[in-house]
Design a protein around this ligand. Structure first.
Ligand code: ATP
Ligand code: ZN
Ligand code: MG
Length: 379
C-alpha cells in the first residue's frame, strides 16, 4: 500500500530531500520510499502487516527536525557534455552481475580487476605505498573517530558465541541465535581509510605520505534498496593522503582532474560536484553544511541511463585534522597532520561500464578497451 505524506508548506525542496535520505534508514517493513518531485509528497510503499502508526510518527518527527535545518545545494565542479550510453540490457547485465551484484561472472570479474589495476598504477604514479588490510576492523578504532554514533545507520557488526562450554552447548539445543550471540570486538569495515589511521596512530610523520589499499567494505543498506549499484558488501579502493594542508589540497585536486580524465576516457557521462557525508541525525546536519561550504567533499556521479540511473562512483575528501587528531598522527612539530582520501567504489564502475556498453566486450569502443588494458607497473 502506498501512503503519501505531504511536506510542502512545511519543508523546502532540499529539506524534503534530506528527510527522504533519513527516512530510508528510519523505518522497516516498507518496500520503497521516494519523493514526488512535483508535489513534494513523500510516498512510502508499506508492506502488508506493517503497522502504519510508527511510520506516521517517524515522518512527523523527521519533518519537525528537518524544518529547522538550513541546507545549501551542491556546487558543480565538472559536467560532461556527452550523453549516457545505454547498450547494456538489464537482463544481460544481470547474468554477469547477479544476485544483487554479489555474484560476478566472466566479464564483470575481468572489469573489476582492470579498474583496480588502473587505480593502483595511477596511485603509484602519485607515490602511493601499497597496503592490504582485513575486512574486519576493531570497534575501538571506529569509536575513536565517533563513526558509530555519527553513522549508526551504516554499521554492520560481527557476532560470536562466547567460548564457554555451557554456552556452546546451548547453541546445539536452541535456534534462538539472538539470545546466545554477543557482539564481537570487531565490526565489518565501512571504509578502508580507517585502517590507515589505525596503522599510523600515535606516530610522527616527518614528510607527506600516500597510501593505497583495496578492501571489502560493508554497509547496512536498506534491504529494499539493494541491487545493481547498492550492495551491502562491496569493493573500495582508497588513496589516503597525509601531509600539510597545501599538500592535501594540491594532491586532491590533481586526483580529481585525473579521475575526470579517466571518466572521460572510458566514455562515461556525469558530473563532479560538492557533497556531504550522510550524517544521520538532523542535529549534526551543520557538519554536512560545513563540508559543503568548505568544498571538503566532492563526488563523481555517473549518469548510467534511464534503467541504471545516476550514482556516485568516487568521492574526494579533505579531512583537515579531524581524523589525525583522534588517532594521534602528528607531524615533526607534534601537531596533528592533515589528511584526505579518495574512495573509488569499484563495483559501481563495473556496473556503469556494463550499463553503457553491454556484455559483449568485443563490441566495446576500442578507445575504452585500450584505456582498460593500459599496461601498468607495480612494485
Ligand atoms: P551513496 O550516497 O550512494 O550511499 P556514499 O556517500 O555513502 O554513497 P561514500 O561514503 O563517499 O559513499 O563511499 C565512497 C564510495 O564507495 C562511493 O563513491 C561509492 O562508489 C562506494 N559505495 C558506497 N556505498 C556503496 C554501496 N552500498 N555499494 C557499492 N558501492 C558503494
Ligand atoms: Zn576514506
Ligand atoms: Mg551511503
Amino acid at each position: 500500500m502506498i501512503k503519501s505524506y505531504a511536506t510542502s508548506g512545511m519543508l523546502n525542496a532540499r529539506q524534503a530531500q534530506s528527510l527522504l535520505s533519513k527516512l530510508i534508514y528510519s523505518v522497516e517493513g516498507i518496500a520503497d520510499c521516494r519523493l514526488d518531485e512535483d508535489t513534494q509528497d513523500i510516498l512510502v510503499d508499506i508492506l502488508p502487516g506493517t503497522p502504519e502508526g510508527p511510520i506516521d510518527e517517524t515522518v512527523e518527527r523527521l519533518i519537525d527536525k528537518e524544518r529547522h535545518v538550513r541546507l545549501m545545494g551542491s556546487r558543480m565542479y565538472r559536467q560532461s557534455e556527452r550523453i549516457a550510453g545505454q547498450e547494456g540490457r538489464p537482463e544481460e547485465i544481470h547474468k554477469l552481475f547477479a544476485e544483487n551484484g554479489s555474484v560476478k561472472r566472466g566479464l564483470a570479474v575481468t572489469l573489476t580487476r582492470q579498474i583496480d589495476d588502473l587505480l593502483i598504477g595511477w596511485a603509484q604514479r602519485h607515490g602511493a605505498e601499497l597496503r592490504s588490510y582485513p575486512a574486519m576492523i576493531p570497534v575501538a578504532t571506529l569509536q575513536k573517530c565517533r563513526y558509530i554514533p555519527t553513522f549508526p545507520q551504516n554499521i554492520h557488526f560481527v557476532s560470536e558465541f562466547p567460548h564457554r562450554l555451557q554456552e556452546l552447548e546451548k547453541v546445539r539445543e536452541s535456534e534462538d541465535l539472538n539470545a546466545l550471540a554477543r557482539l564481537s570486538p570487531y565490526a565489518l569495515a565501512p571504509a578502508v581509510c580507517f585502517h590507515c589511521y589505525a596503522e599510523l596512530s600515535d606516530s610522527r610523520l616527518h614528510e607527506p605520505l600516500v597510501l593505497t589499499a583495496r578492501g571489502t567494505c560493508c554497509r547496512h543498506e536498506a534491504a529494499w534498496r539493494l541491487g545493481n549499484h547498492r550492495l551491502n558488501e562491496f569493493s573500495m579502493r582508497e588513496v589516503v593522503l597525509f601531509g600539510d594542508a597545501a599538500f592535501i589540497e594540491d594532491e586532491r585536486k590533481r586526483f580529481m582532474e585525473e579521475a575526470w580524465d579517466l571518466f572521460e576516457a572510458l566514455g562515461l557521462a556525469g558530473r563532479m560536484e560538492t557533497a556531504s557525508d550522510p550524517f544521520y541525525f538532523s542535529e549534526e546536519s551543520g557538519k554536512g553544511q560545513q563540508q559543503m561550504m568548505g568544498n571538503m567533499k566532492y563526488e563523481l556521479i555517473v549518469n548510467a541511463g534511464a534503467d541504471a540511473g545516476s550514482f556516485s562512483i568516487a568521492s574526494f575528501n579533505d579531512m583537515d585534522t579531524s581524523l589525525c587528531k583522534p588517532f594521534g598522527v602528528l607531524d615533526g612539530g607534534a601537531n596533528p597532520m592533515h589528511s584526505g582520501c579518495m574512495a573509488f567504489g569499484i563495483d559501481r564502475w563495473v556496473y556503469a561500464l556494463l550499463a553503457y556498453y553491454g556484455t559483449d566486450y568485443g563490441k566495446w569502443p576500442p578507445g575504452v578497451r585500450n584505456t582498460l588494458e593500459r599496461s601498468r607497473t607495480f612494485q
